[in-house]
Design a protein around this ligand. Structure first.
Ligand SMILES: NC(=O)c1ccc[n+]([C@@H]2O[C@H](COP(=O)([O-])OP(=O)(O)OC[C@H]3O[C@@H](n4cnc5c(N)ncnc54)[C@H](O)[C@@H]3O)[C@@H](O)[C@H]2O)c1
Length: 455
């Protein structure tokens, strides 16, 4: 940013944006001040989200349900430690349907679902039918039919549903949303993102409740936490199994379901080597029965989407090989691009030709109103603060009876990438039509995410 004229353009873009985004929310009458919230699944993730719930004065954690007594006990202790009233508990009897008793009897306004993926759709459907608003951890379902069922139930019942996609609230991701909306990148052309996280020691552990990461090569019944269930998806399935961390922000930037939509999708999968290689390299691993396990999930799954307005989006799922964590975002338009891996940006006419600029000055200048308002409260929350915002959004929208900022159409569209990518791979990497879950409403729906600085 060394040219005076262009610097002025840059600064005025920021100013216009800051003012222009403070649009009023579509608040309905009859908003609630305090909500009774329950949680299904109080495992590792549930406990992180619970931390955000118990520190809010506008939330009463009224009920908790888990079929694993150790996890339930830890969550209960967390609520008690925060000095909050003891919630009702369900699932001590290990009844997998105990959550239904909670939905029927605990008089909840909302429920957080943080259970294994294969349970999300059914639990969300049951909650929506019981008129309990749903905040569902990623993903929305497993099969394509799951996705249609969740969508149709939401439309039939009208019960609010939000996908708790926290990466949409990451500080740099939200600053880039401001830049996109200010036109800093010109017209968007291509975006990238993904889930690139070495999960080998999460998918394979020693089955010890005191250690969820590493310490062995067990999975399934002998594993602990995600090794109990997530690894089986790597055995049975080959696709983009965790799309929303990458596609959520990219879909916000390109206004998917709000003036734009996905048109076509394909996915390519590499060979699967990483998990087996990890197992046999662990102490005693080569002679462990799991050394014979066959994993279907390709180590690198690359998915491409095309959009009605001409953009392409590339996602990569990479969880079984050694690598530092990175979601690999790239947002590129006619005037420049941002990449998160090198924390860099290049804007033509502002940056020196062919050179990267450090992202920090841009991030500060285009700080999203949500982060301007709540950075202090978010400090210390999970995943660099973004877990504060995702819970905040769900609770505030629910209290105000306002539309969910990541709503049913976003949830289903983003999450259905998984079964569609599986289908593409199974059919020899074929390119498929992307279903229009909005039934044509994408043409007229307006972006709401982050617009009024509350959600
Ligand atoms: N957004 C994020 O950053 C993020 C991070 C981690 C996990 N997650 C998601 O959160 C979800 C949970 O993951 P986790 O890491 O907490 O896994 P986990 O295995 O630690 O916890 C899942 C919990 O669900 C419980 N459960 C299983 N069946 C149940 C039933 N029928 N009724 C009630 N409880 C039941 C289990 O006993 C367990 O305690 C997954 O969808 C995962 O993808 C999201």
């Amino acid at each position: 940013m060394d040219k005076q004229l262009n610097r002025r353009t840059f600064l005025s873009a920021g100013a216009t944006l800051a003012g222009g985004l403070m649009l009023p929310a579509a608040h309905a009458a009859g908003s609630k001040e305090r909500l009774r919230i329950g949680m299904i699944g109080t495992g590792m993730r549930g406990q992180v989200l619970l931390r955000e719930l118990v520190r809010r004065d506008d939330v009463e954690v009224a009920a908790l349900c888990d079929i694993e007594p150790i996890m339930l006990g830890r969550a209960l202790a967390q609520v008690e430690k925060a000095g909050k009233p003891r919630p009702q508990t369900f699932g001590e009897d290990r009844d997998p349907h105990a959550y239904r008793r909670m939905l029927d009897t605990a008089k909840l306004d909302g429920v957080i679902i943080a259970t294994p993926w294969e349970l999300h759709a059914k639990m969300a459907i049951d909650a929506m039918q019981a008129k309990v608003a749903v905040g569902c951890e990623v993903v929305a379902g497993v099969t394509l039919q799951d996705h249609w069922d969740v969508l149709n139930t939401q439309r039939k019942t009208g019960t609010p549903y939000m996908l708790l996609e926290n990466v949409c609230y990451r500080r740099d991701v939200l600053a880039v949303l401001q830049m996109v909306r200010a036109g800093l990148f010109g017209e968007l052309v291509h975006l990238q993102g993904g889930y690139q996280h070495d999960l080998r020691a999460v998918k394979l552990n020693g089955g010890d409740p005191r250690q969820a990461v590493g310490g062995g090569v067990e999975f399934g019944a002998k594993g602990w936490s995600e090794a109990k269930w997530r690894t089986d998806h790597s055995v049975q399935r080959n696709g983009e199994l965790y799309p929303s961390h990458g596609i959520g922000p990219c879909a916000m930037y390109t206004n998917i379901n709000r003036g734009n939509c996905f048109t076509r999708i394909n996915a390519f999968a590499s060979k699967a080597r990483g998990l087996h290689d990890y197992i046999v390299k662990q102490p005693g691993g080569a002679s462990h029965p799991n050394a014979k396990a066959k994993f279907k999930l390709g180590d690198i799954v690359t998915t491409t989407l095309s959009c009605e307005n001409g953009e392409t989006i590339l996602l990569q799922h990479d969880t079984s090989l050694p690598r530092p964590y990175s979601l690999g975002f790239r947002v590129q338009g006619t005037d420049g691009l941002w990449m998160d891996l090198n924390h860099s940006i290049h804007i033509e006419g502002v940056s020196k030709p062919h050179q990267w600029e450090d992202f920090k000055a841009y991030q500060d200048k285009f700080e999203h109103p949500l982060w301007r308002a709540h950075a202090e409260k978010a400090a210390g929350a999970g995943h660099g603060g973004m877990d504060f915002f995702v819970i905040h959004a769900f609770i505030e929208a629910l209290k105000a009876q306002a539309p969910m900022p990541i709503d049913i159409y976003d949830a289903i569209t983003w999450s259905a990438i998984t079964p569609l990518s599986e289908q593409s791979i199974a059919q020899g990497f074929q390119t498929l039509d992307f279903p229009d879950f909005t039934d044509g409403k994408w043409r007229t729906r307006k972006p709401i995410f982050g617009f009024d600085g509350r959600y």
